[in-house]
Design a protein around this ligand. Sequence first.
Ligand SMILES: Cc1ncc(C[n+]2csc(CCOP(=O)(O)OP(=O)(O)O)c2C)c(N)n1
Ligand SMILES: [Mg+2]
Length: 626
Amino acid sequence: MSLRGGHATEHPVCTQLRNPPSGVDDVSDVRRPEGAAVSTVTGAELLCETLLALDVRVLFGHPGGAILPFYDALHERRGLRHVLTRHEQAAAHAADGYARATGRTGVCVSTSGPGATNLVTGLATAQMDSVPLVAITGQVARASLGTEAFQETDIVGVTMAVTKHGFLVQRPEDLPGVVEEAFRLARSGRPGPVLIDVPKDVQAASVSAALIPSRPRRSSWASGVCHQGGATPAEGAREGPGRSHGVPRELAERLDEVASLLNGAGRPVIIAGRGVVLAGVSRLMRMMAERADLPVATSLLGLDTFPAGHPLALGLPGMHGTERANHAIQNADLVLGLGLRFDDRIVGRAADFARKARIVHFDIDPASVGRTIRPHLSVLGDLRITLPELARRAAVASRPTWRSQIERWSREAEPRTEPSFPMGPLGARHAVRAVARRVSETGAMVSTDVGQHQMWLAQELPDVAPRAHLTSGGLGTMGYALPAAIGAALGRPGCPVWAVSGDGGFQMNLQELATVVQEAIPLRIAVINNGFLGMVRQWQERFYGGRYSASEISGPDLVALAGAYGIPGFAVDRAEMLEQVLDTAVDMRGPVLLDLRVTREENVYPIVPSGAALDELVMAPETVAR
Ligand SMILES: Cc1ncc(C[n+]2csc(CCOP(=O)(O)OP(=O)(O)O)c2C)c(N)n1
Ligand SMILES: [Mg+2]
């Protein structure tokens, strides 16, 4: 790496704020170690106090040389709980899980160099899935920047493509302003990750204690919900079809146009994405759907926006979507996309996506509109504002012909072939379905890794509350489930949490079992153990002549592994054992690990092959043609 002299300060994304924001001179609540002078603090102390002022409560991280002053300051601050993950990637995923589960901003911390680069996958995961995250990294001292000093990496440069913004803090007195701005950026518009790189000498420098912001700022950018507009999710959800915010004329006219399309449509479909969760308008969407008789498909990240058992629910659309969701979209005359990216997995062959429909795209992010499909109309803005306006304009309707056509397409992703008291080898989908049912019955949250088990769970998950289904939808990051579940559990103590992993993904971050034990986190972990990188194997079976190149995977004895960490574990390989073991796991306080040794070569159906249109989906071979 040649970074001579300039380092990231020359980088356009690298911002320094010269003036602290107004209102930071209130020192009434300064917390200092007893006996210490109050006139100055270190940059690291100022950083901690600013985090406290922003109502940050939990940090996930791993220390090292360049971030030691920060960790030293942390030692004195009880209000900031630090969770030591065993790998920085896990710190980023845990902060991500915390943010998804709570609606707050997740915070992760690392040292410079390898600590910081280990965060990259977690930042990219959060970026793709619109998760508000702030990463704080230590950096070499200012005088060493650009000298290839020990553990120097231009992390602002490295992460430019996977963050909303990066700051290199050059002056300790800039810290409060930079941190506040980072939190604001992480949450505003389409949420995402922001990185703050703090040289070690900036952390160690003395600054006036008068710079410490007062705390806590409960309405701050660290907490609350992820969109502009000020309302809480609950308030958003209370919005009824009769209430209006008074929107600009241009927007009102656009909404009138959408409403006239909607009210004139014979075969409308909603596709709901994560934006609906972020805006906290799931209930309002449901009211509108019921009032205007609108079937609702839910993207992988929008699964928890609409109850799977609702008569209007179509389930997952796209590559592993349900028959009824995909056929409904392909036969619709109007598709309303609410807060989703219309990514390639949902759209299939773009030229043939919803070919009979007018498409309307609601999104907060102009850059998300028109990327894969060109909508006929787009409505830019916060769903908290635009959806109530649409709901107000949506006429009461009933579309029995359309509804009965949809009913004729199968409700299930795959026919439920197993008998009601299954015996014999444990089927993979069967195991996932049973876990999914427990999740739903116990009001739990669930995180998954990536692969077949992720898709089975998405297809099988019954009703779950918003923010209860955590998965890496955009980046598709194996190794996400366990650390994300740790973050979710710490964000919502008392709410049961399941981590459902594949045997491949689990082995990417299994070191976090130690974090689970050290922090006494009552997780329930289920590994869907098929001895394969199952999704890779499925593609090789179908598209590469059955040549299983590097997809068979061995692993440790998971029960013994859990035992080595001090976690009780149970292995299940027979269907008839499953329910009893699940009962035990639900009754235990946790943590507990289940090694579900499932059939090795089961496939996920339906599947829309790459490059195919949604109605060219391939059903399970045993499906009876209709
Ligand atoms: C970090 C990462 N590396 C590689 C991949 C590519 N990939 C997608 S699914 C998959 C297999 C996952 O296997 P496993 O965790 O056992 O889950 P299964 O499909 O068997 O349920 C792989 C390797 C990925 N998504 N993420
Ligand atoms: Mg597997």
